[in-house]
Design a protein around this ligand. Structure first.
Ligand code: NAP
Ligand code: ZN
Length: 347
């Protein structure tokens, strides 16, 4: 067992604080990773504050992990000491019921999430707000050489969470795609959809980030606080991906879809989503959800980002700034992802 240094939430109402804990002794198929950077996802905040009602404490959040391989078990074949690697939202999946060849393991029972989860042996998982992590080889990703490690960290959750639905719903040339919310997930959605060749519209609360949105690759930018947006854009989009975790007028957004259009939720609001049948039926529209992506698809996304030079727009923070960063994310005051420099925890 090695002692890890990290930051944990010890209770839903307390700020995160320094925390030491044990990482498991590496097994034959394990990779030991020195964590260099970890992105701050809004899901970290939801869980640290028990907003989804499924939190266990103490909790070391963090599932946008990048680092350097420190050691490998005797059966590891794909990684060696010194490799640049990443770990995303899960670190294991069921090997008996889950058919990994479906490459949909994120939707199958037995998924072991990177933190706030439980491993097969009953040990709670702890995430990337820490100096190192021990992960089975099959759940470790390669970071393309041309991508800076710090700005690549958010690809491990924000990147794949947008890449997967964009691919599944076939974003590309001739498709009109809207991204709702220009935050951590949303800004990756704009970059990825643009690189896939779609015509991209940002639907943000205000026009305050319009210049950024257009630079990121959006073709159009509208404020959802302006009621005219909803009349002007009625029936416009093939696909709308909503990254918002708040209560919004879902029926108004559904009305922006063409016939056969899809509204895909990736943001996870606390309350149920009220939808009127008239928002769906007269135009054969659908409302769906999507969660991260498989390991295979995550590697495909990383390679796509390597080819297109896509990384996240980040603001790097020290570990002790995490509570302030959480407050800023909640206020939508982030451009566009906080990334923790893990050197700050070792100092
Ligand atoms: P984020 O950086 O806080 O971005 C969310 C964006 O939503 C904000 O930047 C803001 O954009 C918009 N927004 C915030 N409050 C709003 C309100 N009251 N009304 C309308 N729009 C509002 O968060 P994130 O890290 O991107 O995560 C977003 C959500 O996705 C969270 O619920 C998270 O848990 C979830 N998530 C899901 C998955 C998955 O697999 N499905 C993966 C990761 C995260 P504007 O300022 O542009 O309006
Ligand atoms: Zn996340």
């Amino acid at each position: 067992m090695a002692i890890a240094r990290g930051y944990a939430a010890t209770d839903a109402s307390k700020p995160l604080a320094p925390f030491t804990f044990e990482r498991r002794e590496p097994r034959d198929d394990d990779v030991v990773i020195d964590i260099k950077y970890c992105g701050v996802c809004h899901s970290d905040i939801h869980q640290a504050r028990d907003e989804w009602g499924n939190s266990t404490f103490p909790m070391v959040p963090g599932h946008e992990i990048v680092g350097i391989v420190r050691a490998v078990g005797s059966q590891v074949t794909r990684f060696k000491i010194g490799d640049r690697v990443g770990v995303g939202c899960f670190v294991d999946s069921c090997t008996t019921c889950a058919k990994r060849d479906l490459d949909l393991e994120q939707y199958l029972p037995g998924l072991v999430v990177t933190y706030n989860g439980v491993e097969a042996h009953g040990t709670p998982t702890q995430g990337g707000y820490s100096d190192h992590i021990v992960v089975k080889e099959g759940y470790v990703l390669s970071i393309p050489e041309n991508l800076p490690l710090d700005a690549a960290a958010p690809l491990l959750c924000a990147g794949i969470t947008l890449y997967s639905p964009l691919r599944h719903w076939k974003a590309g040339p001739g498709k009109k795609v809207a991204i709702v919310g220009l935050g951590g997930l949303g800004h990756m959605g704009v970059k990825l959809a643009h690189a896939m060749g779609a015509e991209v519209t940002v639907l943000s609360q205000t026009l305050s980030k319009k210049e950024d949105g257009l630079k990121l690759g959006a073709d159009h930018y509208y404020a959802t606080k302006d009621p005219e947006t909803f009349t002007k854009l009625a029936g416009s989009f093939d696909l709308i991906i909503c990254t918002v975790a708040a209560e919004i007028d879902w029926n108004a957004y559904l009305n922006l879809l063409k016939v056969d259009g899809d509204l895909v939720l990736v943001g996870i609001p606390e309350n149920p989503v009220p939808v009127h049948a008239f928002s769906l039926v007269p135009a054969r529209r659908s409302i769906s959800g999507s969660m991260i992506g498989s390991i295979k698809e995550t590697q495909e996304m990383l390679d796509f980002c390597g080819e297109h030079g896509i990384v996240s727009e980040i603001e790097t923070i020290r570990m002790e700034q995490i509570n302030e960063a959480y407050e800023r994310v909640v206020r939508s005051d982030v451009r566009y992802r906080f990334v923790i420099d893990m050197e700050s925890i070792k100092a």
